[in-house]
Write a protein that binds this ligand. Structure first.
Ligand SMILES: [Fe+2]
Length: 262
């Protein structure tokens, strides 16, 4: 979070006086929201502007703090928001239970203002760091995926360059493959995978001698047998991988001249 934007803290407590005390401690440094019960807290946490941290009372009528925490951690939208329990329950087993539910800290009442400020600051810094790292990982993963797809596309075009200088054939093949996959009701994700795997279908032509591949006339039976080998060469070039894209590319390379059985 940029340093000029104040973080938002959600205080959840059924006693308005406790909310007032915590608001007094936090309002100079943070934007403060408050909820008097668990249901409102969950609603605010799921809203458009999510809190950056939640200070959560445990003993409340209706949904108690433990249940609020459990529900927040179960929901992918709110699971990463740090929760600090602020409660009069100071038994070790209570604290232990709070941590097992996914809380990051536990503050006992009556609260000490400097301690609340220090704990909140620490947890916000950690949350900021984890959000930053997560963003970086997402960016790098997208870059890697893009590079992988581009390399596959380029390899496919490299194979085409030998007998089709424009390389347009692989591009058309990719579009037709996706279109046909869509028509038979495949998922959007699978159609995209096929679109990206299809350019490799003739990569095995790299292994076919020019006298056969570039022969202007009809191939004789011996040449035809050599030509047919390009599907095996293609599968061999692509190899065995755990990546769904390369797995499908191999399948496409080896089966692209097969006809479905009637
Ligand atoms: Fe082919």
């Amino acid at each position: 979070m940029p340093s000029n934007i104040k973080a938002t803290i959600l205080i959840v407590d059924d006693a308005p006086e406790n909310i007032d005390v915590l608001t007094g401690v936090l309002r100079n440094d943070y934007k403060v929201k408050a909820a008097l019960n668990g249901a409102t807290a969950i609603q605010i946490a799921n809203g458009k502007t999510k809190p950056d941290l939640i200070l959560l009372d445990v003993l409340m009528p209706g949904i108690d703090g433990y249940e609020v925490c459990r529900q927040l951690k179960e929901n992918v939208e709110t699971t990463n928001i740090p929760v600090i329990f602020v409660t009069a329950k100071s038994e070790v087993k209570d604290e232990e239970y709070g941590f097992t539910l996914g809380a990051v800290d536990y503050i006992t009442k009556p609260i000490s203002p400097p301690l609340v400020l220090a704990r909140v600051k620490t947890q916000l810094a950690l949350y900021d760091q984890s959000r930053h790292l997560e963003k970086l990982v997402q960016q790098r993963t997208a870059e890697l995926n893009e590079t992988r797809v581009e390399i596959i596309r380029r390899l496919g075009r490299a194979a085409e360059f030998k007998d089709n200088e424009t390389g347009m054939h692989v591009i058309r093949m990719s579009w037709f493959s996706r279109f046909l996959a869509e028509q038979i009701g495949k998922s959007e994700q699978w159609c995209d995978l096929l679109y990206n795997a299809a350019p490799m279908h003739d990569i095995g032509k790299i292994g076919i001698p020019d006298r056969v591949l570039l022969k202007p006339g009809k191939l004789d039976s011996e040449e035809w047998e050599i030509m047919k080998k390009h599907v095996e060469y293609g599968a061999e070039i692509i190899g065995d991988h755990s990546s769904p894209l390369l797995k499908l590319a191999k399948e496409v390379a080896i089966f692209h001249h097969e006809m479905p059985s009637q």
